[in-house]
Design a protein around this ligand. Sequence first.
Ligand code: GTP
Length: 552
Amino acid sequence: MADAPSPDSQITLVNNRLFLLDDVKSSLNPQQAFTAFKHNEFTQNSQNKVSFGFTQNTIWAVLPVENSADVPLPSVIKIDNAWLDNIDLYFFAADELINRVSIGDNVPLTERLRKERMPSVAHEFPNGTSHVLFRFNSQDPMTIPIYLGSEMAMASTFAKNAYFYGALYGGLLILLIYNLALYFYLRELRYLLYPIYLLAFTAFNFTYTGHGFWLVWSGSVTMQQWLMPGLMFCYLFSAVMFTLGFLNTRTFLPVLHGYRHRIYVSLIVIAGLIFLSGNRSFIIMIQLVMLTILSVWMLMIGCLAYKNKDPLAKFFIPAVIMGAGGATISSFATWGIIPYSHWAFRGIEVGMLLEMSLLSISLGFNFKLTQEARISAESNALHDPLTNLYNRRAFSQLVHPSWELGKRNNNPMSIMLMDLDWFKRINDQFGHAVGDKVLEGVAKEIKSRIRDSDIPLRWGGEEFLIFLPNTNSVQAKQLAEDLRAKIENIKIDNIGNVTMSIGVVSATPDQIDLEQLVNLADEALYSAKEQGRNTVIVMTYSKPTANERSCL
Ligand SMILES: Nc1nc2c(ncn2[C@@H]2O[C@H](COP(=O)(O)OP(=O)(O)OP(=O)(O)O)[C@@H](O)[C@H]2O)c(=O)[nH]1
């Protein structure tokens, strides 16, 4: 027997005080059920059972309440489950029926006396022993946590719950907006699949926790009863889509990835068929089984991804373990496999918040990987892989801006164009690999001798160009001579001496444009080859007179 709550008492779960009767044929009326209770045909719920799984039977429960005070004690009875179809309460005082209230989903919230998220009834227990007879009947999983408490204690629990859901939905909303913004910025599918998955879960949760009925569709019983299985399917479906798109299944499971559209269609067909049955109990049961299989499947795909070195797998696996772990705890509590507790019932919400946070972190990590790959691709596009000098493509990106900048103070700029002598012979005599080694050695030498502001490029096969900002012809010639002498003395394997010819030109940006300067360097190099190779030829630009341009 439960004591009628005093105004300052806490709310208590009173299931262990209940007497239960499983009405298999749902044939009793309330008076008959109460008479059966009086004839000891009910059994005491000493095991504190809360969940009865899927049952079409009517569950009758009697809660005896004792009020030893002289005055009636106002109390609230709350059933902490927002999805049951029929919840009818019959209040007996001195074995006389004095009141009856229906608070199941079959009664629109707008028609209930107490418009709260979880079904509840206020009642004043008179002095002596009262009995509350409950009648439960639903197509949904039969979980009936019954709480008794004062109005004040109920309000305080309500506030705590509101904080919990405020934090949960707030967290999920931030993750949603953040990843949607990333999607619009990056246009990568996995950034869209994540918000869809998250939204599907949130909508499903919003429905089965009673928030939707309480805040949005209070007058629609149909929506309250059918949105839950419908959104459960959306959640299940989006989880499959997310798994196939989030992980790199295209690479390590190409066949499955290729069949993904058929998988989606099959899931929709299966859903269509089970929804056609019109039996909500059946639909929810099948989907709960599918959700359990889905968790195992997601974990298996995650492990395969890990084996195939998918960088996101190390986030995906713990995320799924947390989400699936939480969901399993909740569904076990719903089926009555593990004892009911407030937190076991909320396992799915805590698990999903952790899962979604971890997945969001992984998308941030993926963003970093993508950026690094892009930077590296951009850098590769500008570099020659053999010598690691800039390639010819980099000329316009790097040299042009430097040249344009130089126009401001009109300082002299120089270009050195270098070409290895008789390089074909080296290739022919020693092989291409040795030729490559020579090119690498020369590039290394160039890099070690120039300033940070100079820009060295591999101009072609065995041709190199160095752009020297703020360098006049004297300084450029000095560097060219140094390089020529240094290269001449390099010994590479048994090749002996390698020499190079160098053409040098200098000018200020107001005198000439960059392309002309390069052409002049080419002419200088040609002269160096003409004059017997292993030579530096310097050309200085002078303004053309009349129609003619002269090079000294
Ligand atoms: N090993 C190697 N050889 C290259 C590469 N790029 C170009 N070559 C070779 O460089 C040689 C250039 O030969 P040529 O243009 O005839 O010039 P050369 O033999 O150096 O003679 P001169 O320039 O007149 O002194 C060719 O044999 C090309 O195959 C490369 O990346 N690696």
